[in-house]
Design a protein around this ligand. Structure first.
Ligand SMILES: *[C@@H]1O[C@H](CO)[C@@H](O)[C@H](O)[C@H]1NC(C)=O
Ligand SMILES: *[C@@H]1O[C@H](CO)[C@@H](O)[C@H](O)[C@H]1NC(C)=O
Ligand SMILES: *[C@@H]1O[C@H](CO)[C@@H](O)[C@H](O)[C@H]1NC(C)=O
Ligand SMILES: *[C@@H]1O[C@H](CO)[C@@H](O)[C@H](O)[C@H]1NC(C)=O
Length: 322
């Protein structure tokens, strides 16, 4: 005869074990310390950039790592001094017409986010990788800001295998990404995040597998994130001497700073496709909806959306390519 109390007891026991295991794992992730490196920033940004610059600029196979001095010497003998594009500021003041559209955008923002979000998640979300078929050409250049564990990156590699620079500020994931793509000479992983200025921000590892770790969750943590000035980074990479086919940004709130920084100079003219997520509900972010609506207007001067789930994920293409 069945004894129902036995199976109930069994189920409760199993749940308890899972909860304990999960708590233990999260605790381990939270308390892991990452050593702060001294003098990491130079006036020109992180030292690794010289390598990636040449990686992109000269179509060589060289990736970062190994004996840096020997590598730099080899590069300068082979390619000469690093040139920079002429990057200059552009106005971010909205015209009255842009201002009017931004007001309408703000009025609809919450509704758009709800409606668009319910269509995107779990249904149409793979558009963020499948959409970019233009990357299938031989020398496509792609930059991803916020690599995390490389799930999207693995898709991009599988679909298009572009020349690919992945930025990941968490050292733990940087190492994981390097390992994951070590056999692919077209992928370069850089241990840095992008923002308005060079800074080191202390955060806690948050979310499942740390995928929600952010400078904007308002916590003073133990893990350093190294952030570098987006303009400086892209200039050092040589953007402006060549176009980036796709810049994609998914960095737990840093999207606003990255977009605003790039939209404040003519660097935006060298980004053929700009895709970004919008973590507008993060509590440490200042005025995300207002900033989103302004960003829409600044981007609209040079680009048009090719798909758009407002305040969720979207991608814009430069006008001359439409
Ligand atoms: C890149 O690597 C391939 C295979 O190892 C080699 O044939 C090619 O010459 C390399 N290209 C450059 C520019 O070094
Ligand atoms: C986003 O939401 C608006 C309504 O708020 C709707 O008109 C639009 O079609 C939605 N876009 C997508 C891609 O679902
Ligand atoms: C890289 O290539 C080596 C040798 O071919 C192989 O043993 C290893 O599993 C590969 N690693 C990854 C991450 O694909
Ligand atoms: C970011 O870098 C650019 C280019 O070097 C520089 O002009 C700008 O002042 C920097 N911005 C900040 C906030 O440091």
């Amino acid at each position: 005869m069945r004894k129902p109390y036995k199976s109930v007891f069994g189920a409760a026991l199993i749940i308890c074990v899972f909860v304990l295991l999960y708590t233990f794992k999260m605790e381990k992730v939270k308390t892991r310390r990452i050593k702060i490196r001294d003098n990491w920033f130079t006036s020109n940004g992180p030292p690794v950039l010289a390598d990636t610059h040449h990686f992109v600029n000269t179509k060589s196979n060289i990736t970062s790592g190994g004996d840096r001095n020997a590598l730099l010497q080899h590069l300068s003998e082979r390619y000469g001094p690093v040139p920079f594009a002429n990057i200059h500021p552009r106005s971010t003041d909205l015209t009255p017409e842009e201002q009017n559209r931004a007001v309408t955008c703000l009025r609809n923002a919450v509704k758009d986010r709800n409606v668009n979000g319910s269509r995107f998640w779990g249904k149409e979300e793979h558009i963020r990788t499948t959409h970019h078929t233009y990357l299938r050409k031989k020398d496509a250049v792609m930059i991803e800001i916020g690599g995390n564990r490389g799930d999207d990156a693995a898709e991009f590699v599988k679909l298009y295998n572009p020349r690919y620079i992945i930025l990941e500020p968490l050292e733990e994931y940087f190492k994981l990404l390097k390992e994951k793509f070590k056999n692919n000479s077209r992928v370069t992983v850089v241990n840095v995040g992008l923002g308005i200025k060079n800074e080191v921000v202390m955060v806690n590892i948050e979310g499942v597998d740390g995928d929600a770790t952010s400078k904007f969750t308002g916590s003073n943590g133990k893990t350093p994130l190294y952030i570098t000035n987006a303009t400086n980074f892209l200039m050092n990479l040589g953007v402006g001497l060549f176009d980036v086919d796709l810049l994609t940004t998914n960095c737990e709130g840093c999207e606003y700073e990255v977009l605003e920084t790039i939209l404040s100079t003519n660097l935006i003219n060298y980004i053929k496709n700009f895709q970004f997520a919008t973590h507008s509900t993060l509590k440490g972010l200042e005025d995300p909806l207002g900033r989103y609506c302004k960003i829409q207007e600044l981007l609209r001067r040079t680009h048009k959306p090719t798909y758009q789930y407002r305040l969720i994920w979207e991608s814009w293409r430069r006008n001359d390519l439409l």
